[in-house]
Each structure stands twice: as C-alpha cells, then as structure tokens.
Design a protein around this ligand. Structure first.
Ligand SMILES: Nc1nc2c(c(=O)[nH]1)N[C@H]1C(S)=C(S)[C@@H](COP(=O)(O)O)O[C@H]1N2
Ligand SMILES: [Mo]
Length: 331
C-alpha cells in the first residue's frame, strides 16, 4: 500500500522549519499519532484539502504611483548584512539556517539562463544578462516575514518582475506564473536528500506577479546577491511569507491552472498557495500574530517580538488584489 501522502509529508518535514521546541515536540507527537493511526486504521482519511481553483482576481483600479512608492522604503531599522546573509533558508544547501552561507559557495551563478515558456507570444531561453538588459536596477527596502516567525528589513536591489514578464507577451490564458529553482545535485548537496520534492517550485497569480511591489532581486545592501540569498536571481514578494521568495530561478512559465508549489505539496494544510502574511490566520502548529524582528544590533539572539501586520504592512498597496476573497480559505 502506498504511504498516505499526508503521513509522508509529515515524516519528511524537516525540524529546521519548525518554529520552536514545543511546537517541534507537538509535531513529533502528531507524527507518532499519524503512524499509530495508519497502523490501526488502513482507511485513514485525508484531511479535507480544497483542490478547486480560487476565484479570479478582482477588477482593480490603477494604483497611485505615490502610494506604490511608499511601499519601496521604510524607516524601520535594517537587519545587519551579516545576519541577512548567514541566517537563511535554502534547502538545496541543507536544512539548517547556517548551512547555506557555508555550502552555497559551490553554486556557479554565471553563465545563467532562464527559460520562459507557456501561455505567452514570445517564449525563449534567455541569458541572465540579456534578460536584464534595458531594465533599471532599483533599490527597495522591504520588510520580510518568514512563516517561522522571524522577520528582517532588507535593502534589495532588483528589477520589477512585471517589467520582465511583459517582454514575453503573456496571453489572456496566463492566469498564473510558475517559477522553478535550479536543482543540481553536483552544486547543491541538499538536493541529494528527500527534504523537498525537487526542484523547489513557487507560483503567483498573474496580478500578483505584475504588481509593482513584486521584485526580481539581483542584489542586496548595494552588492551582488550572495549565493545563500538566492543568486543570481530570486523573487521578493514583501506581503507574502518568505518561502514564496524562490531562489536561483531557472524557469518561468505562464500557466492557466494553479501551479504546484514546493511547500504546499509537502504540507497543504500548513502552507497555502497564497501565503499572504496574516496575523489572523495561524499556522496550524503556531500563532502568526507576532514576529521576532532581527534588525539592528539586536541580531538573532536578542530579536524583539513585535505584532505582525496584515499583508506584512503592505495592505495599502495590495489589499485590493484580494477583494471578495475569504483569506481563511485562501490562506
Ligand atoms: N530554491 C529555494 N528557494 C527558497 C527556499 C529554498 O529552500 N529553496 N527557502 C524559502 C524560505 S522558507 C525563505 S524564508 C526564504 C529565505 O530567504 P533569505 O535566505 O534570503 O532570507 O527563501 C525561500 N526561497
Ligand atoms: Mo521560510
């Protein structure tokens, strides 16, 4: 009998993605319960997981440029460069937060190409430098919020994703955009382990992908993106949990149906497709109402706990993307 997918996912979810010790112990308990349930009841039922497509995006008035620009900066204290580049999630290089800074040095970031395909008039495989040609690299200081409860304030360098996508002329069938990371076991030791169903994948609804706040990042703190932060090209979507920020992207596809995403596939009850930062929708195993802000001299050990804001504080810019949607259902 094939292993129940929910149990398989529960067995594979790595300890590093668990917020704290008590949650981890609770998770271990849950895993034991699941094993017991499977042993005693072969007809173990799957928890109801909604596979129907979400409603289409609401019609939206054009965003006021001054309002958008307010989303590009913050007067909150930035995270130190050494914290932002040594406390990372990048499972291709291990499941520990310190692993990527050490292990990702082996990732070669040039030459690099991105294949763009699917529902668009001008598909192509493009060299990274050609892909970025003619686009202005901007600096934007964004708050970042990880699903595990920590947050950072990071000055990113990058180009608006929408500007890049437009060049491929997406058709009216392009309802979503699917992203894929490199998965090369030669360069990425973590890919040899079964932690995630490789390659790492993410997705956005087309209106989210075209939103001016969505950034294709190429650098941080005025420097080229270090490998551990997703070089040479990664997504930054400041109103969503950090795992939407897919790293080292090699493929972009315009698609009609909701694309599969790495964490949703692993644990659909815990990681939804939208993953908008929302203090009112808890992760099933822990609260999302507050966050540990790793910023300034506070560093990782003495990070202050602050309340989490709806859409990570970007509600003025993005809330109308979700008008009429039940954010508990579409978490
Ligand atoms: N390819 C890939 N992208 C990824 C991940 C990953 O494991 N592999 N981890 C995600 C998670 S869980 C987070 S919180 C952010 C972390 O980005 P940072 O290390 O730049 O802070 O990257 C996301 N992008
Ligand atoms: Mo994360």
């Amino acid at each position: 009998m094939p292993l129940d997918p929910r149990l398989r996912a529960a067995l594979r979810i790595p300890a590093a993605e668990i917020a704290d010790e008590s949650a981890y112990r609770a998770f271990r308990g849950e895993r034991r319960r699941l094993l017991g349930a499977l042993a005693s009841a072969p007809a173990f039922a799957l928890a109801g997981c909604d596979t129907a497509a979400p409603p289409p995006p609401a019609a939206r008035a054009k965003l006021d440029p001054a309002l958008v620009a307010r989303g590009f900066a913050t007067d909150e204290e930035p995270t130190r460069y050494e914290d932002a580049t040594t406390y990372n999630n990048f499972y291709e290089f291990g499941t520990g937060k310190a692993d990527p800074a050490n292990a990702a040095k082996t990732l070669r970031t040039r030459p690099w190409s991105v294949a763009v395909s699917g529902e668009c008039a001008k598909p192509g495989t493009l060299d990274l430098d050609a892909l970025l040609k003619g686009l202005t690299v901007e600096e934007r200081i964004y708050r970042m919020r990880c699903v595990e409860g920590w947050s950072m304030v990071i000055p990113w360098l990058g180009v608006p994703l929408g500007e890049v996508l437009k060049r491929f002329e997406p058709t009216s069938k392009a309802k979503y955009v699917a992203f894929t990371s490199l998965a090369d076991p030669e360069q990425m030791p973590g890919v040899r382990y079964d932690s995630i169903d490789w390659p790492y994948r993410e997705g956005l609804r087309i209106d989210e992908a075209m939103h001016p706040l969505t950034l294709l990042a190429t650098g941080l703190y005025g420097k080229t993106l270090p490998q551990q932060n997703g070089a040479p090209l990664r997504l930054v979507v400041p109103w969503k949990y950090g795992f939407k920020g897919i790293k080292s992207i090699v493929e972009i596809r315009f698609v009609e149906a909701l694309p599969a995403t790495a964490w949703n596939q692993l644990q659909p009850q815990e990681y939804g497709f939208f993953s908008n930062v929302n203090p009112d929708v808890d992760h099933p195993r822990w609260s999302q109402a507050s966050e540990r802000r790793i910023a300034g001299s506070a560093s990782k050990l003495f990070a202050e706990r602050i309340p989490t804001r709806l859409f990570n504080g970007y509600a003025d810019q993005v809330a109308d993307l979700y008008t009429g949607m039940d954010l508990r259902q579409w978490f």
